[in-house]
Design a protein around this ligand. Structure first.
Ligand SMILES: Cc1cc2nc3c(=O)[nH]c(=O)nc-3n(C[C@H](O)[C@H](O)[C@H](O)COP(=O)(O)O)c2cc1C
Length: 264
């Protein structure tokens, strides 16, 4: 069957998910439409897709699930017997139920899953955990997934000829952590007020007037986009919950680097 367009739809505060979905699309020599929803995840303006389009949908894994702030967005995407490749990107701990969850939302909305993947990237919480990922090997594996999907689509005349894919994960999904006391990054004296963090924050809570200030800590999703974007390393987390998670990650997830997992 002929694919007229490839759509990339993703939420990616620290840009690893963006890299992976772009690499999967690399082998398609057709129109590629980039729907980067990182800075408009609460938008009601959500695209719907036709049966001759391929959609590659990506989310980071937060707590073994699809990023919570993006859940409603992913649920609102509409297909029309549209081939889809759901992708989750995780920081070398585990992706648990995230890929199953994402694929469930898409199947409920008239998408047909023809391939899927869970990829590893540097953990948002620090370079010590899977630093440098996705690396060349990860990118090549993402490209390979794209090539495989392309071949599969080209080899059939109708989507019904492609067997639906099963991914790993459990029902009910892992519970999201309870909402505790809010915590947000602090700013050190190295801040030059350049404002890069203002544009990096997907929740728009770094004050444009004073980038040292977080306007609403309750909205902080701890994605680390401001921390990673700062050229002066002037933003960091010092809160206790962060320290605990970071220590856990250093103790358990920093020595053995996991491989991407493809479902094709
Ligand atoms: C709040 C939060 C929770 C996370 N939970 C997990 C997790 O459960 N398992 C894991 O391996 N990585 C986890 N990570 C790491 C991210 O999934 C990983 O860094 C991912 O590459 C981020 O995607 P992005 O670069 O597209 O923003 C978490 C990161 C954050 C910020």
């Amino acid at each position: 069957m002929k694919i007229e367009k490839v759509n990339l739809v993703y939420f990616s505060p620290t840009k690893s998910t963006k890299k992976i979905v772009n690499s999967i699309a690399a082998s398609f020599n057709t129109e590629i439409v980039d729907y980067d929803y990182t800075h408009k995840i609460n938008s009601k303006d959500v695209p719907s897709f036709g049966s001759n389009e391929l959609v590659i949908i990506g989310s980071p894994v937060y707590g073994g699930r699809v990023a919570g702030v993006a859940e409603s967005f992913f649920k609102s995407l509409k297909g029309n017997n549209t081939p889809v490749v759901p992708v989750v990107v995780y920081g070398n701990r585990d992706f648990e139920d995230a890929l199953l969850e994402l694929s469930d939302y898409l199947k409920e909305n008239n998408f047909k899953m023809i391939g899927a993947g869970a990829f590893v990237a540097e953990h948002s919480y620090g370079r010590e955990i899977a630093g440098g990922r996705p690396d060349t090997e990860d990118i090549n594996i993402a490209k390979l997934l794209g090539e495989e999907i392309k071949k599969r689509l080209e080899s059939v005349t109708d989507l019904s000829e492609i067997q639906e894919i099963k991914v790993s994960g459990n029902h009910p999904y892992k519970e999201r952590p309870p909402v505790g006391e809010p915590w947000a990054p602090i700013t050190t004296d190295d801040c030059t007020e350049c404002g890069i963090c203002v544009s990096a924050c997907p929740m728009a809570i770094v004050s444009p007037k004073n980038p040292r200030e977080i306007t609403n800590s309750q909205l902080c999703i701890h994605c680390c986009s401001c921390i990673k974007a700062c050229p002066y390393d002037a933003k960091l987390f010092t809160a206790e919950p962060y320290k605990k998670i970071k220590q856990f990650l250093l103790d358990n997830c920093s020595s053995v680097n996991k491989k991407p997992k493809l479902f094709i």
